[in-house]
Write a protein that binds this ligand. Structure first.
Ligand code: ITT
Length: 200
């Protein structure tokens, strides 16, 4: 079975490919279809994930899977949320977004620094079949950055159980506990069912 990963984000592609590598899937990514433009104009992660997956499924004729992820910070009433990639501006870098977050959280005490990542994965077939799953990871916004692995907000996402940030653990370890890993776990079962059906 062929599936196209409908994301421009190389880090997400790496995490998804690593997670799905033992399934009999031919995994293509958006790089194979450079002419497709992905838009995110929805108000929720679900709408955005579906929008990206629908575009790619329709254009390529294959199953397409898209991920939309947000960081929801309690002390900021859930911001940056669905706007996580554009927190410090339309074309903001990871560094600018993280710096803005640390600045906004500067005076927030430890006990109020709770946050969670939500990852919504949408799997869409050009014939209209659609599946949506979500995975979450709870943590705490650190006071400063630590670690050089991962991407995005990982260097400030503190894991109290492990006493380190998401940027201090390996990709394999991240996939075992993360929002994306949890969503991928749910999606893997669905993909296994679809692969079996296609083989019959
Ligand atoms: P696509 O839309 O092409 O998939 P994107 O990077 O724009 O890529 P999102 O809108 O889903 O993806 O991501 C929102 C932002 O949230 C992203 O730019 C990162 O800063 C952050 N993010 C997403 N997943 C993350 C993760 O696993 N760890 C840390 N930060 C993450």
């Amino acid at each position: 079975m062929k599936i196209v990963l409908a994301t421009e984000n190389k880090h997400k592609i790496e995490e998804m490919k690593t997670y799905l590598n033992n399934l009999p899937l031919e995994i293509l990514s958006k790089e194979h279809f450079p002419k497709i433009t992905l838009e995110e104009t929805g108000e929720t992660l679900r709408e955005n994930a579906l929008q990206k997956a629908r575009t790619v499924a329709k254009t390529t004729g294959f199953w397409a899977m898209a991920d939309d992820t947000g960081l929801f910070v309690e002390a900021l009433d859930g911001r940056p949320g669905v706007f996580s990639s554009r927190y410090a501006g339309e074309k903001a870098t990871y560094k600018e977004n993280v710096e803005k977050l640390l600045k906004e959280m500067r005076d927030v005490p430890e006990k109020d620094r709770g946050a969670f990542f939500s990852c919504v994965l949408a799997l869409v077939h050009p014939d209209g079949r659609e599946v949506v799953v979500e995975g979450r990871l709870e943590g705490v916004i650190a006071k400063e950055q630590s670690g050089a692995k991962g991407f995005g907000y990982d260097p400030v996402f503190w894991l109290p159980d492990r006493d380190c940030t998401l940027a201090e653990i390996s990709l394999e370890e991240k996939n075992k506990i993360s929002h994306r890993g949890r969503a991928l776990f749910k999606m893997k079962g669905i993909l296994e069912g679809l692969i079996k059906m296609e083989q019959q």
